[in-house]
Ligand binder design. Structure first.
Ligand code: 5GP
Ligand code: MN
Length: 338
């Protein structure tokens, strides 16, 4: 028996929204990760079982290492606007605001239908009703599991649904290496394994898999492009367009890179910049009480979790680097202990 965390009225509203729906779009944030793809596909499979017509539509393509989930279809939004016609319900999973939808933003904002949110990021925008937002969850997939069990859908969690849910829980905790001290997590994992989940295979196919080019890119980034700032317990790793071209960069290839410098005992927070067309993608990771979501929000129009956050710098790489140095100066000036 799991702790009752989710408000009963929200559970009722969630269940009614699903059961009264017909055409449903399930969606997540741009650059979907294991939790976004896993929660989207799990809910799509549940909706199929309820006899609904559910389509997963993502703002952009799902990285190849989510191949473990490819038994169900995911479609990028481009060309899929038709799904938004005659729509009854949009399920927004693993994101808390319209800006995370990139080019799909207007489509979702303007859709005249019911919208519900299931998410674990703080401060959700009031864009859905109901909003099931629980930042204490490791992952949207853990939250979805708890919801499904609480509304009596436990029998619908077959091997495919369980595989999706496990993938999100595992990838969002770095294979249960951070944010993973809550004992109930392992009750859920035990239940998913009992339902047939092959956790060793899922690890191998997701975090344990790399193309040759990806591995060379990541090793090159650490060997040649990582700089340490001992006085601020920081690291900054930058990949510019030339680097990315040289190693035939594919979406998702740098997913693990921001975490890597944290293995160095002196590094408490790690910053990664990737030069994109017209902007710089920012990722930050940290340990303990030094929170990077506030830094991403203040300096890079972003947000996320206390120890894993991101944002964007709209301008040239040089400007993003200047901003990083400004952060260091501001931390010193404000006597922040790191
Ligand atoms: P990543 O660095 O892997 O892109 O993202 C890490 C975390 O930060 C994720 O939880 C993600 O939801 C959040 N995040 C990444 N980029 C952005 C952004 O541009 N805006 C906001 N609000 N959150 C972001
Ligand atoms: Mn997540």
């Amino acid at each position: 028996m799991l702790e009752q965390i989710i408000e009963p009225t929200l559970l009722t509203q969630f269940k009614e929204a699903l059961e009264n729906s017909g055409n449903v779009v399930v969606t997540c944030h741009k650059s979907p990760d294991g939790d976004a793809a896993g929660s989207n596909l799990a809910l799509k499979l549940i909706l199929d079982k309820l006899g609904k017509k559910a389509t997963v539509v993502t703002p952009d393509n799902v990285p190849e290492d989510m191949a473990v989930l490819y038994f169900a279809n995911m479609a990028a939004a481009v060309g899929y606007a038709l799904c938004f016609v005659l729509l009854v319900l949009i399920c927004c999973l693993d994101f808390n605001g319209l800006s995370r939808l990139a080019d799909m933003r207007e489509l979702v904002a303007n859709a005249k239908c019911n919208k519900l949110m299931v998410d674990h990021h703080i401060n959700p925008e009031p864009i859905c009703n109901p909003i099931l937002s629980y930042p204490q969850m490791t992952s949207t997939c853990e939250l979805l599991y708890r919801i499904l069990v609480a509304i009596g859908y436990s029998d619908m969690i077959d091997l495919d649904v369980a595989t999706c849910i496990y993938t999100g829980m595992m990838t969002d905790t770095g294979n249960f290496s951070y944010n993973s001290n809550h004992a109930e997590l392992y009750i859920i994992v035990a239940d998913l394994v009992r339902r047939g989940v092959d956790k060793d295979r899922i690890y191998k196919l997701t975090l344990g898999t790399s193309s040759e080019a990806r591995m060379r890119l990541n090793c090159y980034a650490i060997a040649e492009k990582m700089r340490l700032f001992p006085s601020h317990k920081a690291s900054l790793t930058i990949l510019d367009k030339r680097d990315l071209r040289k190693f035939n960069y594919q979406v998702g290839d740098t997913e693990a890179l921001a975490n890597m410098p944290l293995a160095i005992p002196m590094v408490v927070w790690s910053v990664f910049f990737r030069e994109e067309r017209g902007f710089v993608k920012v990722s930050m990771r940290s340990e303990g009480d030094f929170h990077v979501n506030t830094l991403c929000a203040k300096y890079f129009n972003g947000g996320g979790h206390a120890n894993a956050a991101g944002g964007e710098y709209h301008g040239p790489l040089r400007g993003a680097i200047d901003t990083f140095h400004q952060i260091l100066r501001d931390l010193t000036e404000n006597n922040v202990t790191i």
